[in-house]
Design a protein around this ligand. Sequence first.
Ligand code: PDD
Length: 279
Amino acid sequence: RTVYVNGEYQPETTAKISIFDRGFIFADGVYEVTAVIAGKLVDFPGHMARLRRSLFEVELALPHSDEEVLEIHRQLIARNALEEGLIYLQVSRGAADRDFMYPAEDVPPTFVMFTQKKALIDNPVADRGQKIILVEDQRWHRRDIKTVQLLYPVLAKNTARRAGADDAWMVEDGCITEGCSNNAYIVTQEGTLVTRELSTEILSGITRQSVLKCADDLQIRVEERPFTVEEIRQAREAFSTSASGFVNPVVSVDGTAVGDGKPGPVAHRLREVYIRASR
Ligand code: PDD
């Protein structure tokens, strides 16, 4: 692969950053993930806007305009002949001798981008549905910032996998916050789509924003509020959304079937409509 590192396109095998990089030492950085289908970026303006917000919240400046960042995405798609997959954008507060204090003004941020080829539309998990386990949400309380500090989701996803599940949803005060790398939804017996409202307790998903717009177009009733573990057990269906999974049905939670235990029609419809709109 060709990757982008601090102003240069390089082969991944020779690209390097410092051992003192603050992303490595302190998880002092933010990132974004944008999907590519048919060689085109999906929801790029939303991801760019969220990147700006994350950078602002952690007091980090990126010396590139939005147009320059878009151009690097396009270059990476072209140079890697990327038809379908993901583009990762990682920014850290640069490399300097280890010190909690921000480095001197003249230390530039580290800016890395790379592609990941991946079948996103033909995803077997979307056909069979995800098995989810519930874990306590032990993350910090600024989950609205997309930081590279992902240790808890890494642990939780591995716990899920060991338990024979696909992913973990996180629970706080009896309610679901979100998945490890996705937003969480249920569809009630009345057909209402329920997903937690935006706050500092969850990441504002760019896919969430688009999928809620699709739901509105389809005249599906939406409630943005926390939902409980008990409500999942009563729900007709459940699903998650993310740039990497689009709309992904959930068929069981902690071993108990959701609804009839098969991927639900609302998730299926929203997945179709979202993918069609993104092509
Ligand atoms: N994850 N919540 C969390 C904690 C996430 O990490 C993500 C995205 C989302 C969904 O956001 P979006 O729809 O903008 O992708 C919600 C990315 C895909 C990742 O795997 O790092």
